[in-house]
Design a protein around this ligand. Structure first.
Ligand code: PMP
Length: 288
């Protein structure tokens, strides 16, 4: 495996980062998870936009232009001869001292890894996931806005631990006010009363690129879609529920907190959207 590290392409063994890197010491940094399908990098512009917006928000100077970063991603795929892959782009504050002051970090650390990822078993895509709403709430946006795709994933990891310990594969986090927010690495949609609902950005969620694709596809299919707060009751009594994310793609949910959703199997709205999403991956994004 060939990895991009700070301007060079190196082997996995040589891809080493300082123990004084503030990404490691403090989770001070940002990242993107991106997918390539059929020789194209899906929604790469959108991922780069989100990366640079996250950087701006945390006052991090990346040191490469978006065009240069695009080339980093494409070249990493070329070097690894990959046409279908999961790509992890990470930018940390870089090497500093043991204090947390980011001013001591003179240069961002940039890495790009292209590999394969498999989040859930194939059968789960066909039958749906069992999920659980967990006690840990999604980060308060006033403290750390979930729109920043930062290296601070402890909130999500704590949620995942909670669901796994309860014997359920995925966790749904609620907002501070108790509305449904999102999964640990996925956005959530429900379909009820002939409307597709997903929590609004103001709820304190990541603005998922798959989420945005699904909203657009639903509009094209004349499915009514609203970004709106909803409760656990709305979730339990929905006709359909599914999660979206770059790694997970679109995955149906069949059971939430022991309540079967709809008829307990992937519904027609989910199936239509999945088909359109698959079609989009053939045409969207720059060619490798
Ligand atoms: N929410 C969180 C917390 C995530 O980490 C992710 C994965 N990036 C998502 C939602 C889905 O976002 P996207 O569709 O851009 O991958």
């Amino acid at each position: 495996m060939i990895i991009y590290l700070n301007g060079a392409f190196v082997s996995e063994e040589d891809a080493k980062i300082s123990v004084f890197d503030h990404g490691f010491l403090y989770g001070d940094g940002i990242f993107e998870g991106i997918r390539a399908y059929h020789g194209r990098v899906f929604k790469l512009n959108e991922h780069l936009k989100r990366l640079y917006e996250s950087a701006k928000s945390i006052n991090l100077t990346i040191g490469l232009t978006k065009e240069e970063m695009q080339e980093v991603v494409l070249e990493t795929l070329r070097k690894n001869e990959l046409k279908d892959a999961y790509i992890r782009l990470v930018v940390s504050r870089g090497k500093g001292d043991l204090g947390l002051d980011p001013q001591k970090c003179s240069k961002a650390t940039i890495i790009c890894i292209a590999a394969q990822i498999k989040l859930y078993e194939k059968s789960m895509y066909e039958q749906g996931l069992n999920v659980k709403t967990v006690a840990i709430r999604r980060n308060n946006p006033d403290s750390l806005n979930p729109r920043i795709k930062s290296l601070n994933y402890l909130n999500n990891i704590l949620a995942k631990i909670e669901s796994t310990q309860a014997g359920v594969i995925e966790a749904i986090m609620l907002t501070q006010d108790g509305y449904v927010a999102e999964g640990t690495a996925d956005n959530i949609f429900i379909y009820r009363d002939n409307v597709l609902l997903t929590p609004p950005l103001s709820a304190g969620i990541l603005e998922g690129i798959t989420r945005n694709s699904v909203i657009e596809l639903a509009k094209d299919l004349d499915i009514k879609v609203r970004e709106e707060l909803f409760t656990r009751h709305d979730l339990y009594t929905a006709d359909e529920c599914f999660l979206t994310g770059t790694a997970a793609e679109l995955i149906p949910v069949r059971n939430v907190d022991g309540r079967e959703i709809g008829i307990g199997e992937p519904g027609p709205i989910f199936k239509q959207l999945l088909e359109q999403f698959r079609a989009l991956t053939h045409v969207n994004g720059p060619e490798i």
